[in-house]
Design a protein around this ligand. Structure first.
Ligand code: RB5
Length: 149
């Protein structure tokens, strides 16, 4: 189950991502917003991020104008590693090395086809584990306020 969320700037791109998920045979849950009325991106980023952190959704894709605000919101939720990407290399490596569990887009930054390509690659790429697990564990330790050196 993929968590989706956006603010009012990104309704169209969110629909395009739904189309991709359908093509890929993946289920999704849309945590809003559902209308073009101006809204606050932290509300929707947090809703999707909480669903991922609780394990109700496996991963999430969230969208605002730049991808910045909504990813910042998601990353405030413990257990979330959200990356803003506008090219596929970072998206792929964020899965392989950082075990990113949420992907953010800027609807005012990126074209629909590029976003779909990035999302597909991000969804298909597994975490490599190994030495990267140790580093991801360090991120979790930082989140708990622990020293890591
Ligand atoms: C809304 O105007 C805009 O600030 C928001 O979509 C996002 O880009 C914030 O980071």
């Amino acid at each position: 189950m993929i968590a989706l969320a956006s603010d009012h700037t990104a309704l169209e791109l969110k629909e395009a991502i739904k189309g991709l998920l359908q093509e890929m045979g993946l289920e999704y849950k849309d945590f809003g917003t559902y209308t073009a009325e101006s809204c606050d991106y932290p509300v929707f980023g947090a809703r999707a991020a909480r669903a991922v952190a609780r394990g109700e959704c496996d991963r999430g894709i969230i969208i605002c104008g730049t991808g910045v605000g909504i990813s910042l919101a998601a990353n405030k939720i413990p257990g979330i590693r959200c990356v803003v990407c506008s090219e596929p290399y970072s998206a792929k490596l964020s899965r392989m090395h950082n075990d990113s569990n949420m992907l953010a887009f800027g609807a005012r930054v990126i074209g629909t086809e590029m976003a779909k390509m990035i999302a597909r690659i991000w969804l298909e790429t597994p975490f490599e584990g190994g030495r990267h697990q140790r580093r991801v564990d360090m991120l979790s330790a930082l989140e708990r306020g622990e020293e890591i050196e």
